[in-house]
Design a protein around this ligand. Structure first.
Ligand code: GDP
Length: 197
């Protein structure tokens, strides 16, 4: 898919305030610093559409972008922050959960994982919860340029092993780098396929 148009629409704190759910929507989520803003900017080929490197926990809103006047890309706040208060964390966990379970036009959630790190409980549990709620998701491994191909493949094998403790097969996944564009075309082709479908 070619990106002809990408614009920021609005930020909201509840799913009810989000744009009318009449277009297919794809959400991106992950722990802070995973490379989510960089990936979104690289997917839409705009340097600053999603803001990069903000203070962890600051972006606590549901951000909608309108792509090709055809579908919504949604930047969700990260989960698993250690540095915010319990009350604050619970507030935005509720917001994310409501959005994920009640947003009727959400087609797929892309869960971002830093390919350099060992599988983290918070990520694995988040995906388990998506599965329990019957919510489609894919894994996007980020920052692949920071490792050799051998090291990427080794870490993927470790991740797959952990996922197979819960899942019958490894969920659909993409290996990406916002620095050299690895995985960008594949993600866009996947979204295109789902949009047609
Ligand atoms: P976010 O908090 O998940 O939105 O993460 P950011 O997009 O702000 O990225 C966090 C840090 O990782 C920044 O310093 C980015 O420059 C860096 N980063 C993000 N993606 C990549 C990548 O694909 N490759 C490399 N080498 N660095 C990346």
């Amino acid at each position: 898919m070619k990106i002809n148009q990408a614009s920021f629409l609005m930020s909201n704190s509840t799913y009810q305030q989000c744009p009318k759910p009449d277009k297919p929507e794809y959400a991106f989520i992950g722990r802070s610093n995973v490379g989510k803003s960089s990936l979104i900017n690289s997917i839409v080929r705009k340097k600053n559409l999603a803001k990069t490197s903000q203070t962890p926990g600051k972006t606590q809103l549901i951000n909608h972008f309108f792509i090709n006047e055809d579908w919504y890309l949604v930047d969700l706040p990260g989960y698993g922050y250690a540095k915010v208060s319990k009350v604050e964390r619970e507030k935005f966990e509720k917001m994310i959960n409501e959005y994920l379970t009640l947003r009727t036009n959400l087609v797929c959630t892309f869960v971002l994982i830093d390919v350099r790190h060992e599988p983290q409980k918070v990520d694995v549990e988040f995906m388990q919860k998506l599965g329990e709620n019957g919510l489609p998701f894919c894994i996007v491994f980020t920052k692949a340029d920071k490792l050799s191909n051998t090291a990427v493949n080794k870490n993927l094998a470790i991740y797959e092993q952990i996922m197979l403790e819960t899942w019958e097969e490894m969920p659909q996944y993409f290996v990406t780098s916002s620095v050299n564009g690895t995985g960008r075309e594949e993600i866009l082709a996947y979204i295109d396929e789902l949009n047609q479908g």
